[in-house]
Design a protein around this ligand. Sequence first.
Ligand SMILES: C/C=C/C(=O)SCCNC(=O)CCNC(=O)[C@H](O)C(C)(C)COP(=O)(O)OP(=O)(O)OC[C@H]1O[C@@H](n2cnc3c(N)ncnc32)[C@H](O)[C@@H]1OP(=O)(O)O
Ligand SMILES: NC(=O)C1=CN([C@@H]2O[C@H](COP(=O)(O)OP(=O)(O)OC[C@H]3O[C@@H](n4cnc5c(N)ncnc54)[C@H](OP(=O)(O)O)[C@@H]3O)[C@@H](O)[C@H]2O)C=CC1
Length: 447
Amino acid sequence: MTVKDILAAIQSPDSTSEDFAALPLPESYRAITVHKDETEMFAGLATRDKDPRKSIHLDEVPLPELGPGEALVAVMASSVNYNSVWTSIFEPLSTFGFLERYGRTSELAKRHDLPYHIIGSDLAGVVLRTGPGVNAWRPGDEVVAHCLSVELESSDGHNDTMLDPEQRIWGFETNFGGLAEIALVKSNQLMPKPDHLSWEEAAAPGLVNSTAYRQLVSRNGAGMKQGDNVLIWGASGGLGSYATQFALAGGANPICVVSSQQKADICRAMGAEAIIDRSAEGYKFWKDENTQDPKEWKRFGKRIRELTGGEDIDIVFEHPGRETFGASVFVTRKGGTITTCASTSGYMHEYDNRYLWMSLKRIIGSHFANYREAWEANRLIAKGKIHPTLSKVYSLEDTGQAAFDVHRNLHQGKVGVLCMAPEEGLGVRDHEKRAKHVDAINRFRNI
Ligand SMILES: C/C=C/C(=O)SCCNC(=O)CCNC(=O)[C@H](O)C(C)(C)COP(=O)(O)OP(=O)(O)OC[C@H]1O[C@@H](n2cnc3c(N)ncnc32)[C@H](O)[C@@H]1OP(=O)(O)O
Ligand SMILES: NC(=O)C1=CN([C@@H]2O[C@H](COP(=O)(O)OP(=O)(O)OC[C@H]3O[C@@H](n4cnc5c(N)ncnc54)[C@H](OP(=O)(O)O)[C@@H]3O)[C@@H](O)[C@H]2O)C=CC1
């Protein structure tokens, strides 16, 4: 039995759940990996010069054993997230430390501690097998997977599963990720695949859409409301392209920051009107490596006021980190919120705390999403209220190049990867619904 036979079953309209359950599983499959004996390969290089094309491999790997509460999924498509860029450049830490630590927690978790790390935190595909105790999903189900892996043995996570002490990001802090022909997930990562999308379109939103939903919309994040002025850094990027859509769909007013005219045009096409091209306007929030320039914060805030008719920002959607955080805190209105989920440009932030406490602002840390939040974010995709922002699609063999594009900020929106799917455009089940939204679905394509 090979993955070709699995693909044939997926492509046959006559395949039943029983057919999938009866399919023998292959002993091995192709997967994107990084290698434990290469974690020092970029030592001494600047972050920018660490090249994912050198560290990312396509390997034939053995199929992992299936445990209780888990599912093996045939992956038709996946997408590149920035966490895979971090893994591939071994920053800020090598992810093998996460796998070792997880491996020490239980006999079953030991499977994850391997000399290779199969990466990737998104997938769209078909359930092949479910482990003991899984009743909600069956072989043959067409699914997407969110990337929250939890054990939930402690009481801590039972109010909000992101607070589980054993919370991990699948394909980053666990092994057997989605950039592969087969992935191992916990069954409570599974969600129905939106039926009007192709495999690669369905695989694109997952991680970033769920994260943006919690960070901006959920009460666990900023709890955005109608009319809010929302400053969105990287508004046409992975997270930002969903934050912009949530702001528009929720009756808020996105102020989109981008770094080119082309990206400004994409934001305009999504329906945003207030757009700042940070390259054209030349903001320089740091005079040198250690000194910020409050005059530049003020110039930025003045520009925001021009765009909003004199209003300041209710919510900042933060992720660039060190480079922008001082400005983000400054431009937020009295009582406003800065919500952050990342620090792409550096995690040691510096801001003038007087502007925070005297103006009663709040900083909220946000990370991925719980199952319910991921489900609600996926539901909005399935209903055609929020759309994938897929620009370019690569083959599994070219994942290194795809990660390089994201690392160098050469991409728009999301970059997809075909895993088992032999070509783009497959897997659409509801053509009528698709036709209604096709322009929005294709908005980011090939730009
Ligand atoms: C969905 C997609 C998401 C993304 O893309 S996010 C972006 C990518 N992700 C990242 O960049 C994050 C990568 N992860 C990390 O950098 C690290 O993962 C963390 C910094 C988040 C945490 O590091 P850790 O090693 O887990 O924690 P410690 O604090 O450095 O060390 C743990 C030791 O510190 C002790 N400790 C913790 N809290 C306290 C305390 N309050 N008082 C005293 N000690 C404390 C512990 O017990 C333990 O100790 P002992 O090493 O001996 O086991
Ligand atoms: N904690 C969590 O749950 C999650 C965290 N993340 C993290 O968030 C970060 C962004 O992820 P994602 O959106 O997918 O990445 P992308 O690269 O797709 O988008 C980020 C955008 O941010 C902008 N940007 C980058 N650097 C700077 C800078 N120095 N100053 C201002 N803007 C900048 C760029 O837009 P432009 O050039 O147009 O301004 C870029 O397109 C990553 O660090 C990632 O690891 C992502 C998802 C979940």
